[in-house]
Design a protein around this ligand. Structure first.
Ligand code: G3P
Ligand code: MG
Length: 344
């Protein structure tokens, strides 16, 4: 019958669209739910006129704890199950680096959770800045506090015998002075051995990677706060001023191309998980609150982009530099409903 035909056309269309959600400023603010986000996930998980799952993944520049822990936390806040198989945070693609570097300095995050993240990614020997402070307290003269807990969770050793192969900034620095100092020491060292100085700072310099480049991040505070991008800019300026050369570095996360390619792979296998069809849906919608990361990256990658007003973006109309191709919406529910109306 016609009614049946119509519904099978719509079902096919529903499997040929997908959403990539930014998290902070779209679905939550820190630990606080953005209420429309809860409804959106109900709709996409099957509470829709077709009663089917509409594929969606989460693509966040967030960082700082293992994927499983973050997904459990988000599932709780959003009242919907979020699987690690549909989840990419800024440092997720950096797991591929474990094949190349044995000993790494992992910077950022709280309570040593990034050490755990690196362990889960398969890095063999993980050093965090506090391990170095515990071994050499004079390394950071500007450090004010070294708490008993920090000391207890640090592993001091003789760092004159350790070759650090790469620096991985996974998350926001909790101590700019100490982290910048230790990173500068390593970047100027001979082959990543603390306490040494390379004759030519550009030769044999160990590589440095950042998990994302956002300057600002929406939080519980009324005005967006500085994020990992500002830490990187500070380091770049210091490095240039002291050595006279530009710092070469690699940045992951949105809007970097590698992250969107990785997202395609995750979307394809998630399609297989929920619909038994291992392929990429044609019409992908990115929903984000940051024109300089979510929107510019989605536009470059050929996705439909939706800018919402619940996070970083507060301007009038569409963003001037990086306009969202599918439009600006008051919140994530309006964006999703408009996309569903167009496609189904
Ligand atoms: O900028 C840091 C991070 O919290 C942003 O997360 O989900 O907006 O990409 P998200
Ligand atoms: Mg955001």
């Amino acid at each position: 019958s016609q009614v049946q035909d119509m519904s099978s056309v719509k079902t096919a269309a529903a499997k040929d669209m997908a959403f990539a959600f930014d998290i902070d400023g779209v679905l939550v603010h820190g630990d606080r739910l953005i209420p429309e986000g809860k409804r959106v996930l109900e709709i996409l998980n099957g509470d829709n006129e077709l009663g089917i799952k509409i594929p969606h993944i989460f693509l966040t520049n967030g960082s700082g704890k293992p994927e499983a822990a973050r997904c459990a936390q988000l599932s709780r806040i959003l009242h919907s199950p979020i699987s690690t198989e549909q989840f990419i945070q800024s440092h997720t693609p950096m797991s591929a680096l474990a094949e190349y570097y044995d000993t790494v300095l992992v910077v950022g995050g709280e309570n040593y959770q990034c050490r755990e993240v690196a362990k889960q990614y398969g890095f063999k020997d993980i050093v965090v800045p506090n391990d170095i402070v515990a071994a050499q307290p004079t390394i950071s003269p500007l450090k004010e506090f070294f708490t008993a807990e920090q000391r207890a969770t640090s592993t001091p050793r003789d760092f004159s015998k350790v070759k650090i192969n790469a620096i991985l900034v996974f998350s926001d620095s909790r101590d700019y002075a100490t982290d910048l100092q230790i990173i500068m020491d390593l970047l100027q060292s001979e082959d990543g051995v603390l306490g040494t100085r390379a004759k030519d700072p550009t030769k044999n310099r160990i590589p440095i990677y950042f998990s994302q480049g956002d300057l600002l991040c929406p939080t519980e505070h009324p005005i967006p706060r500085m994020s990992q991008g500002t830490f990187r800019i500070a380091l770049e300026a210091i490095y240039k001023a002291i050595t006279g050369v530009e710092l070469e570095r690699v940045v992951y996360g949105k809007p970097e191309l590698a992250t969107y390619k990785y997202a395609d792979e995750v979307m394809t296998s998630w399609m297989d998980t929920i619909h038994n069809e291992e392929r990429l849906p044609k019409n992908i919608y990115m929903i984000g609150d940051n024109p300089q990361s979510d929107i510019i990256g989605g536009n470059m990658y050929g996705w439909n982009t939706c800018l919402v007003r619940t996070g970083v973006y507060q301007g009038e109309g569409n963003d001037k530099q990086n306009p969202a191709s599918f439009g600006v919406f008051a919140n994530v529910l309006e964006a999703v409903q408009t996309a569903l109306k167009k496609e189904l």
